[in-house]
Design a protein around this ligand. Structure first.
Ligand code: C6P
Length: 406
């Protein structure tokens, strides 16, 4: 089957706009992806047809909305192959999902002097929540070193696991280097020592099929807005055995069974972790995004993106005087680089004048920048709708940048 690129691009109205008088070339999908019309329509329909708070009303609209919200949860469950709906918690995004684990799992299972292992390529979202736990509880944070090619030093990883390790928390795919981390190996090695594993899937969920049961991860976090869905909605998958043993994180409506001033009891999973009115419109939008991606087929998308990645890497290499950050054999979806002698911010600003959107800077991974001794990179990150023609526009843009600054 041919990849239906024209049909896909037609579904994303924003792709046909111009920026600074030039056709938009959007290579900032690692930051957020665009939203196809069926997803926008699904959310419009909520507001136009059945908007009502969920799980509360006996009235018709509330019931319709509740059913749509819970149907979205089932779509997420099937998409990641979670064993049960109890294991799918709606959050505001990856960041909130990881904070939930740091707070609730941290409260129940991590004590002073215990260790949490993260890696040196993590996004701040998978560093700072553990540092906050460190300052609350006096835990110890251990860091898996990153090799020059952007892979994790797995020998060092094995050495970091100890009797005090309570959790390993690593990214599935690096948002800076594109490295696909060997999470299966990490999970297996951790489980052999009875250590649970959290996977930050923010950069993976849109690029590769994820089966949480096959992976056997204990937690998996991702955001809707990087999966062609809306902002403000995300997911925490957690194994029921952990979630049921964890205390609630936030308190309020929805998460309770019974409240009195003497004693409050909590709702069953997953509601125990969904305090307050959830972003039900966002969840329904995320469900529509999952339908959209599943109709094309994530494997199909992954193959297309890998070809685009290979093409882009080869074209950028031909430019010469370019340094790539992240050259691991297993990598995908984005390319980070610097042009010799040109500050990434200058390059990004000039590319923007040509209608080309890339991200420049530290990409919320400052420890990784320090590791490579650089202030930031230029990052081109790909989505299912990008084309080789757009890669050519980027390369031509970089040639102009060099003419102006070189
Ligand atoms: N990275 C980027 O341009 P939120 O903001 O919660 O949706 O996702 C946070 C996050 C967590 N982990 C990884 C690996 C990520 O890449 C991100 C978001 C964006 O790289 C914005 S900084």
């Amino acid at each position: 089957m041919n990849y239906p690129i024209d049909k896909i691009r037609g579904d994303f109205p924003i792709l046909s706009r111009s920026v600074n008088g030039r056709p938009l070339v959007y290579f900032d999908n690692g930051a957020t992806t665009h939203t196809p019309e069926p997803v926008v329509r699904a959310m419009d329909e909520v507001y136009a047809d059945y908007n009502s708070n969920i799980h509360r009303g006996v009235h018709t609209l509330s019931n319709i909305c509740t059913e749509a919200f819970e149907a979205a949860r089932e779509k997420v469950r099937a998409f990641i192959n979670a064993g049960s709906l109890h294991e799918v918690i709606f959050t505001r995004g990856t960041t909130e999902s990881i904070n939930l684990v740091a707070n609730a799992f941290g409260e129940a299972f991590i004590q002073e002097g215990d260790e949490v292992v993260v890696s040196g390529l993590e996004h701040h979202s998978n560093i700072v929540p553990w540092q906050l736990l460190q300052s609350r509880k006096g835990i110890v944070l251990k860091v898996i070193p990153v090799m020059d090619d952007g892979t994790l030093n797995m020998d060092a990883f094995y050495g970091l696991l100890s009797e005090k390790t309570r959790l390993v928390a690593v990214a599935h795919i690096s948002n800076v280097l594109g490295t696909i981390n060997p999470i299966q190996e990490i999970i297996k090695a951790s489980h052999e020592r009875d250590i649970p594993v959290l996977i930050d899937g923010a950069q993976a969920i849109q690029h590769t099929p994820v089966d949480v049961q096959a992976l056997d991860c204990d937690f998996y976090a991702f955001s809707g807005h990087k999966l062609y869905g809306p902002t403000g909605i995300g997911v925490l998958y957690g194994k029921e055995k952990w979630l049921s043993a964890m205390p609630p994180w936030q308190g309020g409506g929805e998460m309770i069974q019974n409240v009195s001033f003497e004693k409050t009891t909590f709702n069953e999973l997953p509601y125990k972790f969904e305090a307050g009115t959830p972003d039900f419109v966002g969840a329904i939008g995320l469900g529509a995004a999952i339908d959209y991606v599943s109709d094309i087929g994530l494997k199909h998308i992954a193959n297309y993106e890998q070809e685009l990645f290979n093409y882009a890497f080869s074209r950028l290499s031909d430019l010469g005087k370019i340094t790539f950050y992240g050259t691991a054999p297993q990598r995908t979806s984005l390319i980070s680089f610097l042009l010799d002698g040109i500050h990434p911010f200058d390059a990004g600003t000039l590319l923007d004048k040509m209608g080309i959107a890339v991200r420049t800077g530290h990409h919320c991974a400052q420890p990784l920048m320090k590791r490579f001794g650089i202030p930031g990179t230029i990052r081109a990150s790909f989505g299912m709708y990008n084309t080789t023609h757009e890669v050519d526009a980027l390369v031509a843009g970089l040639v102009k940048v060099r003419q102006l600054f070189g």
